[in-house]
Design a protein around this ligand. Sequence first.
Ligand SMILES: C[S@@+](CC[C@H](N)C(=O)[O-])C[C@H]1O[C@@H](n2cnc3c(N)ncnc32)[C@H](O)[C@@H]1O
Length: 315
Amino acid sequence: MPESFFVLSKDHLELAIDEIIAIAKMYDRFAKAKVISNLVIIQSKTNWNEITKRASFVKISGQILRKMSGLFLDENNSEVLKNAKTFVCRVINLSSNQINIPELENSMGDMISKFSHAKVELEKSDIVVYLIFTDKENFFGFSKQTGGEKRPIKTKNHPHELDWKLTRVMINLIGLKEGETVCDPFCGTGTTLLEAESMGIHAIGLDFNEKMYEVSKENLKKNGYKSTVLHTDFQELTKISEKFNGVVTDLPYGRASKISEKPEKILKKFLSILPKRKKMAIMYKKELDSDLKLKGLKKYEIYRHKSLTRIILIR
Ligand SMILES: C[S@@+](CC[C@H](N)C(=O)[O-])C[C@H]1O[C@@H](n2cnc3c(N)ncnc32)[C@H](O)[C@@H]1O
């Protein structure tokens, strides 16, 4: 079974690791994962690039060619360079050892040039060959240049809008597939709707504030997206529950956005009306957490600043 590697940013490492595993298992339920610090190795039939396209916190990714016993390339590994005109070597040192990276990259480049027709090209090479060092084991991998993914755009930014990476991670953690539908009952500027549609997931947004409803609609239009936005209270979601597979939302904080009642009341009411069988990924401020009697659900803490830590709750 092919193996892929994902070097993750350390900003929200637990979330980032769980996201990669959730995406890999969504595409292939037999996928296996190994985690070495911020490196995740996935064994699955899904191509590394499919997983990378959905993920939020991947810095570098590619396919593992084989584990290294030494630093030597053999002829089997040169297959990958067969149709490439250009290549570059990159060393990723996740180990605690000091490594002279430029020297190693140069000597690897020289060595590969000897048995391949491909030439070294530092900027936009067809293939990147990676040597990955960790304290446990070392890997040898490669990736091909892929066109950067087009990001959704917004007409204007808003103080209470959610970071797109956290929104995307929530969608991925509940394993929504292309063609399924997500509902965001507090959609604000429509971040969830935009992220979902950029991944081929349909979306329905609700917001009781007419201004936010208009902003969401404009943002969808700007991207040529077709998700639905309803100008209504979140409780309307019970009437449309047949239309979506999961809920992803960032609840009101009572700070920058308009609010119908106190955040704690909204959260409790929301949890009580949410259809039990639906998947959910919700975010709310940590102070509200102690009042909730929720057991067995996965929680992540997201520190924003001294007076705001948020919880992401997954079901
Ligand atoms: C924290 S913001 C959501 C931000 C959103 N994730 C974004 O990226 O723009 C909460 C939203 O909930 C909306 N809201 C507050 N009370 C509501 C209610 N009773 N029903 C529906 N929406 C409500 C507010 O208008 C606000 O847009």
